[in-house]
Write a protein that binds this ligand. Structure first.
Ligand code: CA
Length: 233
């Protein structure tokens, strides 16, 4: 499986410079790369080459990235990392809600890119196996027993806080949008009730963070959602 063979990454991006930068770095890492300069070719490569992961630029010349994301999701569950420009904030959120797994805002650092890709590939491995314990820094969660520990001290958390934490754990290292969290925990009728999240994330931080105002684990992505930091990354 993926950890043994080199992952195949599909880059869908019209800008040759960004493509070259990504390709060089991914190849240096030993990963295999195929490229498409537009959405149409990208989608056909997904079908013909079955890549392990897609890096998708939101600003493409033919089909816009949001539409590509939706079509990709109809085809498969493979991880999708979107690249967005600062001017595409709203598109980025829509792409995440349409099923993209995470994003990088241009210009991005290579370190950031590797962290995102690593988290994405690990999500795939994690979904394939059943994880029993999640650990990052001093936070440990025993999933089978639904128990949460900080530095080996058990922390009591409510069922709603646990559900919220569990979704973030399933996406460890990756952003989860407000909409997605609200939908998963409270249901579709509450996808706009962002104050629920502020309240419950606040409570979780008070229980799990040494300094809730400067969280180490539960990060806010302004205007987008939350990200549980995976320090094993
Ligand atoms: Ca572009």
């Amino acid at each position: 499986m993926m950890s043994e063979i080199k992952p195949l990454i599909l880059i869908i991006e019209d800008d040759p410079q960004t493509r070259r930068l990504l390709k060089t770095n991914l190849c240096n890492r030993g990963w295999r790369v195929i490229e498409a300069e537009n959405g149409k070719l990208g989608l056909s490569l997904v079908k013909s080459d079955s890549p392990d992961l897609v890096i998708l630029d939101l600003g493409l010349p033919d089909i816009d990235g949001l539409t590509v994301t939706k079509r990709l999701r109809q085809l498969s569950d493979l991880p999708v990392l979107v690249l967005s420009a600062r001017s595409q904030e709203q598109n980025k959120i829509m792409a995440l809600d349409a099923g993209a797994d995470d994003y990088l805002t241009k210009p991005f650092s290579i370190g950031e890119m590797h962290a995102r890709l690593q988290a994405l590939l690990r999500r795939v491995i994690r979904t394939a196996s059943s994880m029993e314990i999640f650990q990052t820094g001093e936070l440990k969660v025993e999933l089978a027993r639904r128990k949460v520990f900080i530095a080996d001290n058990e922390v009591h958390i409510t069922p709603i806080e646990y559900r919220l934490l569990l979704i973030l754990i399933r996406h460890a290292g990756l952003v989860v949008t407000h909409r997605e969290l609200l939908k998963e925990v409270w249901g579709v009728e509450h996808i706009n009730d962002q104050h629920y999240l502020r309240i419950y994330m606040g409570q979780l931080r008070h229980k799990l963070e040494t300094n809730p105002a400067r969280p180490r684990y539960l990060l806010t992505e302004v205007g987008v959602g939350y990200r549980l930091i995976d320090e094993e990354n």
